[in-house]
Design a protein around this ligand. Structure first.
Ligand code: NAI
Length: 372
């Protein structure tokens, strides 16, 4: 069996830190295990363009393993060259880098390590909300630059207490974000999701469901995006939706960069319509040097909480998604059934209900995915 691993190059950091498992140096910790069983493993970071190693090796690989942090974009066209491909494993959460409809046409299974980094992301979201609302980043930059000037920092710094926070998507991450916000005594916690939370789960965190997205964002001081990227969420936060947000509201997106229109976000931040924008996900990864999100700022300075795609790849998360990947491979190699909570598409259909409202067997799985 040929396994193709697309991971980022961890360089010196990965040589020094063996727990940086999601790198071509450390190969998710599965290289020897696979080789000892006689399987061929190719690990590469070279994923873009006609002559890339990704394109070369996908042609006869049976299993593709990628991470969302350095996604090997498996388009319909590339998929058509992948003659032996049977299984795509996402070492992490979020399989939008694979054309899932094309995978269904070819009966290819797409599976991820559900839950492996959801706490890691939820913590990052809470941190990002705080650093925007408190105006942390420009204040820190001021100190690093040798300055001391309180007023320009304090004029755009607020409390999280008594603010309205809403999440788009109340799945594993969205729910955990709201749970972690409870001690901050927000005015209200809201969610928009086509799949309602079970009543007990909603009551436990005192969250109110809002039926329309426009309605929810118009009530929020802070919006956090926690839904997958699919046909209905690509470009969701465009100029029009952002204009429905409260002037000066903060937006945090750790779900997928392409859920937000890059230029619309930059324009809204620079005009002050957004009080701040933070996240770790970009519409193209790695993000180009001239990406508008690198340098955008609020008129009062700051308001930019962008980092590289890292919220779901803490050392703790890397250990969990590496172990989860090994378990999925073990199941595959021994013919055992996969954990249904990990399956995105299988046997030509969506198993997960999180990738949009579809007329498929996923609809029957509502409660299962929600509560695990
Ligand atoms: P999940 O599957 O548990 O929850 C997703 C929720 O979004 C579901 O409740 C679903 O019904 C809802 N949803 C789908 N489409 C929607 C729409 N149009 N409007 C409102 N809600 C919608 O997934 P989980 O674990 O919470 O992860 C969510 C996403 O976060 C992943 O798909 C991935 O893109 C992203 N993620 C980012 C990471 C990072 O490192 N930045 C790491 C892990 C996940």
């Amino acid at each position: 069996m040929k396994v193709l691993l697309v991971l980022y190059d961890g360089g010196k950091a990965a040589e020094e830190e063996p727990r940086l498992l999601g790198t071509i140096q450390n190969k998710l910790g599965i290289a020897n295990w696979l080789k000892d069983q006689g399987h061929e493993l190719v690990a590469t970071a070279d994923k873009e363009g006609e002559g890339s190693e990704f394109r070369k090796h996908i042609v006869d690989a049976e299993v593709l393993i990628t991470t969302p942090f350095h996604p090997g974009y498996l388009t319909k066209e590339i998929l058509s060259t992948a003659k032996n491909l049977k299984l795509c494993i996402t070492a992490g959460v979020g399989s939008d880098h694979i054309d899932l409809n094309a995978a269904n046409e070819r009966n290819i299974t797409v599976i991820e390590v559900s839950g492996s980094n959801v706490v890691s992301v939820a913590e990052h979201v809470v941190m990002s909300i705080l650093l925007l609302v408190r105006n942390y980043t420009p204040a820190h930059e001021q100190i690093m630059g040798g300055g001391w000037d309180v007023a320009p920092m304090a004029r755009h710094s607020f409390d999280l207490e008594n603010k309205v926070v809403g999440t788009v998507g109340a799945g594993r991450i969205g729910y955990r974000v709201l749970q972690r916000l409870m001690p901050f005594d927000c005015k209200e916690l809201l969610y928009f999701d086509y799949a309602p939370l079970p009543e007990t789960a909603a009551k436990a965190i005192k969250v109110r469901r809002v039926e329309s997205l426009e309605d929810m964002v118009s009530q929020c001081d802070i919006v956090t995006v926690n839904c997958p990227l699919h046909e209905k969420t690509r470009g969701l936060f465009n100029k029009e939706l952002i204009s429905k947000m409260k002037p000066g509201a903060w937006l945090v997106n750790t779900a997928r960069g392409a859920i937000c229109d890059a230029q619309a976000v930059a324009d809204a931040l620079e005009s002050g319509q957004l009080g701040g924008y933070a996240g770790d996900v970009w519409n193209v990864q790695p993000a180009p040097a001239d990406h508008p999100w690198r340098k955008m700022r609020h008129p009062l300075g700051g308001g930019n909480g962008m980092v590289p795609h890292m919220s779901g790849t803490t050392i703790d998360a890397q250990i969990r998604y590496s172990e989860g990947t090994k378990k999925i491979l073990e199941n595959y190699l021994t013919g055992k059934p996969q954990d249904p909570a990990n399956l995105i598409v299988e046997n030509g259909d969506y198993v997960s209900k999180a990738y949009g409202q579809r007329d498929s067997k996923a609809a029957e799985k509502k409660e299962e995915v929600r509560t695990d």
